[in-house]
Design a protein around this ligand. Structure first.
Ligand code: CO8
Length: 260
């Protein structure tokens, strides 16, 4: 189906708002990732679009991260296809020529956090119920090296080491303190703040900013590009292990029970 990514481009400012609407929790399924990539690509190729604000239309959740059902009980071929789409999302978002700002208006675990750290700037709603981080180890799985690299590039080596080993999910003030998000605002101010920050970024000539962004990010991107196939194979052989499938099953059951 369509319509899970709502895009609104303001042609007077050149700024698009991409609102994720894969209800209930914006989990990153293969279908959703595909639609997300098509929407992003369209904006990337539109000369009238210079900046994107990535946000959520799901109440209280930015994105629940990778869709666990895509990693559970499926074929090796399916896992490979899914993982390729996850890589593609990262490659496109991390290298976007547009200014990308995440307006994090809800919780953002794992793959949701990854999407946010791919952006140029992060604004988070200061709601104490929200959290953000790479919590993979809590599921008994391991964040791949390029998730780790993106996090290191954002918060540094020591904070990443602690954060990933423990699978920490940070409250907004904690996330702000370690630099995982750049700014906290009251929830109702998040879109207007994103628009204001965007206009500051767009005051810089595009080509100078783009070359600088590429200079900062290219070594990280090149590491995945050099090992893309083996990264897919690693994912498939890891995720098809009985012990890992069991961990994911237990985690899904825990999520359901917790809701009661
Ligand atoms: N995938 C699939 N379904 C999900 C996911 C998910 N990531 N998250 C939630 N759901 C489902 C729930 O099971 C529930 O389903 P149902 O209605 O059928 O019971 C529904 O969505 C709503 O969830 P909740 O009732 O839990 O809603 P809440 O508002 O209480 O909480 C949260 C929302 C905070 C998002 C909570 O659901 C949560 O913590 N979800 C899990 C998030 C998570 O841990 N994601 C990690 C995914 S792994 C990843 O992104 C990177 C993996 C890297 C791969 C490495 C392998 C080598």
């Amino acid at each position: 189906g369509h319509g899970r990514v709502a895009v609104e481009l303001d042609s007077s400012t050149g700024v698009a708002v991409m609102k994720m609407e894969n209800l209930p929790v914006n989990s990153l399924s293969l279908d959703f990732l595909t639609e997300f990539l098509i929407s992003l690509e369209k904006l990337e190729n539109d000369r009238g679009c210079r900046g994107v604000i990535l946000t959520s239309g799901a109440p209280k959740i930015f994105s629940a991260g990778l869709d666990i059902m895509e990693m559970y009980g499926k074929s090796a071929e399916h896992y490979a296809e899914f993982w390729k789409a996850v890589q593609e999302m990262w490659l496109r978002l991390y290298q976007s020529n547009m200014v990308t700002i995440a307006a994090i208006n809800g919780s953002s675990p794992a793959g949701g956090c990854l999407m946010a750290v791919c952006c140029d700037y992060r604004i988070m709603a200061e709601n104490p119920k929200y959290s953000i981080g790479l919590n993979e180890t809590q599921l008994g799985i391991v964040a791949p090296f390029w998730f780790k690299d993106t996090m290191v590039n954002t918060i540094g080596n020591r904070a990443t080491e602690r954060s990933l080993e423990l699978g920490l999910l940070y409250s907004p003030p904690e996330a702000h303190k370690i630099g995982l998000v750049d700014q906290l605002v009251p929830e109702e101010k998040i879109q207007s703040t994103a628009a204001a920050v965007m206009s500051q970024w767009l005051a810089i000539p595009d080509h100078a900013r783009q070359i600088t962004k590429s200079m900062m990010r290219k070594p990280t991107v090149d590491r995945l590009l050099a090992h893309r196939e083996s990264d897919i194979q690693n994912f498939v052989s890891f995720i098809t292990k009985d012990s890992i499938q069991k961990s994911l099953q237990m985690y899904m059951e825990m999520l359901k029970q917790r809701r009661g």
